[in-house]
Design a protein around this ligand. Structure first.
Ligand code: NDP
Length: 308
């Protein structure tokens, strides 16, 4: 029987590992399908405190991993295939290999996955101009045009943010109405550096080694045209990686795990959540790390309470 199992190896999971290991709990961390999490897919991380010159996303995650291992976090490169969760009793996980793991406490730090259009060239040019995070990558696009795909709050927020750097921000939306809240929409509509291309879908991303433009198709007329740009920001929403726990853990209408009492507790005693899988508002490396710290401390206190 494990004292603590952490699912996920992004900033939330690894920070939980650091705190739990330093509390002598010898946590088992299951790294999942993308060891190191989404940050391993970004280039330079310039907003994680402590790195004045910025740090490569992959290197940051290696540092966190080695820090967690240094204190005794046991990292296994396993994928969880099933979970049988209880309210305050043993939590049972089944790995893809078929192995079963039982634990007194579980920290879910499975992250969220950005939605993509699924175009082959979008995939090929990721980190070469294609991004799903303006906060992470916007500053690399100074005085060049960029496109933002989507019409929700994320798209408006990213578009507004990108106007600080880009020469022009072109929002491409598949309808003629925004989904975004009124205030966010108005801010973007009134921003002179933002241009809207309505009723249009992106059908291809252009560029050999980095993004040079996109081909858009007007949905109503079928007419295709080219828009030159150096940055391509998908703002199509995120899907939390919580499918494994549906029906057992309380989630919001988007599938993000609901936390209780201003802490990292879920509706099930002994099960905690941290990072993007439980955060539909911020989704930053530093906020995920903070949530991982909270989850480890909450789980540690829970284990102490169970001893009494
Ligand atoms: P949303 O799901 O709200 O918006 C996604 C957008 O992407 C929609 O406009 C949608 O178009 C478009 N889209 C989705 N799939 C495709 C596709 N295949 N092709 C073309 N377009 C597509 O996600 P957000 O991330 O914007 O927001 C998620 C939640 O987070 C919301 O509740 C939002 O309010 C909140 N949020 C709040 C913020 C704030 O208050 N500061 C900032 C960011 C998010 P369509 O409209 O046609 O469906």
């Amino acid at each position: 029987m494990e004292k603590m199992v952490i699912i996920g190896s992004g900033p939330a999971g690894l920070t939980a590992g650091i705190y739990a290991a330093r509390a002598d709990l010898s946590p088992l961390l299951l790294a999942g399908t993308l060891p190191g999490g989404l940050l391993t897919q970004t280039s330079e991380v310039e907003n994680f405190p402590g790195f004045r010159q910025g740090i490569n996303g992959y290197d940051l995650m290696i540092e966190m991993q080695q820090q967690a291992e240094r204190f005794g976090t046991r990292i296994e490169y396993e994928v969880v295939a099933g979970a049988a969760l209880t309210d305050g009793c043993v939590q049972t996980l089944t790995l893809e290999s078929g192995e079963k793991i039982e634990t007194k406490t579980l920290i879910i730090a499975t992250g969220a996955s950005p939605r993509w259009l699924g175009l082959p060239n979008e995939e090929r040019l990721k980190t070469h101009g294609v991004s799903a995070c303006a906060t992470c990558d916007g500053a690399f696009f100074k005085n060049v045009p960029v496109v933002v795909i989507g019409g929700g709050d994320s798209a408006m927020e990213e578009a507004n943010f990108l106007t600080r750097f880009a020469s022009e921000v072109i929002v491409i939306h598949r309808r003629d109405q925004l989904r975004a809240s009124k205030i966010m929409a108005e801010r973007a509509l009134n921003n002179p550096k933002i241009r809207f291309v309505w009723d249009s879908k992106v059908v291809d991303v252009l560029g050999e080694t980095e993004v040079d433009g996109v081909i858009v198709e007007n949905i109503k007329t079928g007419k295709q045209s080219e828009i030159a740009c150096k940055g391509y920001f998908a703002a199509l929403g995120h899907d939390p990686n919580t499918g494994l726990f549906r029906g057992q853990i309380d989630v919001d209408s988007h599938g993000f795990i609901l936390l209780k009492d201003g802490k990292s507790c879920t509706n099930l005693a002994g099960v905690f959540a941290a990072g993007d899988c439980a955060d539909n508002a911020y989704r930053q490396a530093i906020t995920a790390a903070g949530m991982g710290c909270r989850a480890a401390m909450d789980a540690e206190r829970y284990l102490e309470m169970m001893k009494q």
